[in-house]
Design a protein around this ligand. Structure first.
Ligand code: SF4
Length: 413
């Protein structure tokens, strides 16, 4: 090019979202189908963790024992991570097996386990009592252990980039199925199964952080989600975890963001926004056809107002789709329009998929996106994508044909 060659301004590329290798279900108007109601499927037997502390006492009495036995079983299950009657020697031997079988029925059968990051990240594939498959991912970081849990088998939100959304919603998980993922992870940690067992100093460790970013839209299974969260934070009758360590995320189920803010449990709240403009977000996150960007952001700001907890905005950076500088500016503008100090942004580079429209932004584009937000006064940190080697990062949890085959040969406990 010589000095006299006219310079053509290159228009930023705009890649439209599209599903690859699967067909998105559409409604009569051609819009992606949203599935809010759980199909009627057989649910697992009622478990201790499905009940309130008062209901547990009632249940134990119904079984012919004094109510205080409920507290003993709670301790064994939530704090010592066991469902094994033989270990509950403080319960009367006569009838112990039956009591435990009634209160702690088996819920998850492990199909397989994949490890990476030298054993510091483990993905579990679980089979539920009706054969549905769900996953959870356990990750050790310096100073904390995080478990990414599933709240639904499948998901009805139909996001075109998401592996979980492909199969639609199989069913809501029960509170106890959600809790059991944590109990099983804690048991594995207590047995020295997370990270290098030769390292010392891990005694008494357990899951410190929960993120509801596995399979499912947590706020579409609201009551069971909240029952599970209450058990997680209950110091006397549950796991005694810190509410701050629990992150409830949503793609924008606005009425239930408002409900969550009304609960007296200040969990960390994350909104998976992924686009600041309705034009793109309608395609990228189909629930946006129901509740728009501004409504979701207003609800998120409302969460901060009620709880004082700073909100996280999750933003998967996808090459040429949502990673434009003008979108960073628009996002900053919309967040600043709702005040200062109430929010931070977590851009997450999408896992690289060469040749796909769903691929990671270039490094310089990622950095520019982050720089613009920070410059506009929005605290922004690029998040790591731990677990991508085992497809355990967000939007990647789905039962593959290989998983199905492995599961077929596993008998339910
Ligand atoms: S991204 Fe989340 S809400 Fe969307 S389909 Fe996947 S699991 Fe569901």
């Amino acid at each position: 090019m010589t000095d006299s060659t006219p310079v053509r301004a290159t228009k930023p590329r705009q890649t439209r979202p599209r599903t690859e290798g699967w067909e998105q279900k559409k409604d009569a108007d051609g819009r992606p189908l949203l599935q809010f109601a759980s199909p009627r499927r057989s649910m697992p037997p009622v478990h201790l963790a499905d009940l309130t502390p008062e209901q547990r006492v009632e249940k134990v009495k119904e079984l012919g024992l004094p109510g205080f036995r409920a507290g003993q079983i709670e301790k064994h299950y939530f704090q010592h991570y066991t469902s094994d009657a033989a270990q509950m020697t403080d319960l009367p031997a006569a009838g112990r097996e039956e009591l435990v079988a009634q209160l702690l029925p088996s819920l998850l059968t492990e199909v397989r386990r994949l490890e990476t990051d030298r054993g510091d990240t483990i993905k579990f594939l679980w089979k539920l009592h009706d054969g549905s498959l769900v996953e959870s991912v356990l990750m050790r970081y310096p100073g904390r252990i995080t478990l990414c849990v599933s709240s639904q088998a499948g998901c009805g939100m139909n996001c075109p980039f998401c592996a979980t959304g492909q199969a639609g919603l199989t069913r809501n998980m029960t509170a106890a199925e959600i809790i059991e993922q944590v109990v099983r992870a804690n048991r594995l940690i207590a047995d020295g199964g997370l990270g290098d067992p030769r390292k010392v100093g891990h005694e008494g460790e357990r899951v410190s952080n929960i993120v509801f970013m596995g399979m499912g839209e947590p706020l579409a299974n609201y009551n069971r989600l909240m029952q599970a969260v209450r058990t997680m934070v209950d110091k006397k009758h549950g796991m005694g975890m810190s509410a701050r360590g629990i992150t409830v995320s949503t793609v924008g189920f606005v009425p239930n963001i408002v409900r969550l803010a009304e609960e007296d449990i200040p969990v960390t709240f994350a909104l998976s926004l992924h686009a600041p403009d309705d034009k793109l977000r309608d395609e990228l996150i189909p629930i946006n056809s129901k509740w728009k960007v501004d409504e979701a952001l207003d609800a998120a700001r409302g969460y901060f107002d009620k709880t004082g907890r700073r909100v996280s905005i999750e933003y998967a950076l996808i090459k040429d789709m949502n990673d434009h500088a003008w979108r960073a500016d628009l996002l900053a503008e919309k967040l600043n329009a709702r005040g200062r100090g109430w929010v931070h942004v977590n851009p997450i580079p999408l896992n690289p998929t060469p040749g796909s429209v769903w691929t990671s932004s270039e490094l310089d584009v990622q950095n520019e996106f982050v720089r613009r937000l920070n410059e506009a006064g929005i605290p922004t940190t690029l998040r790591d994508t731990r677990g991508k080697e085992i497809d355990g990062a967000c939007g990647q949890l789905v039962a593959t044909a290989e998983d199905e085959a492995a599961a077929a040969s596993v008998l339910i406990d």
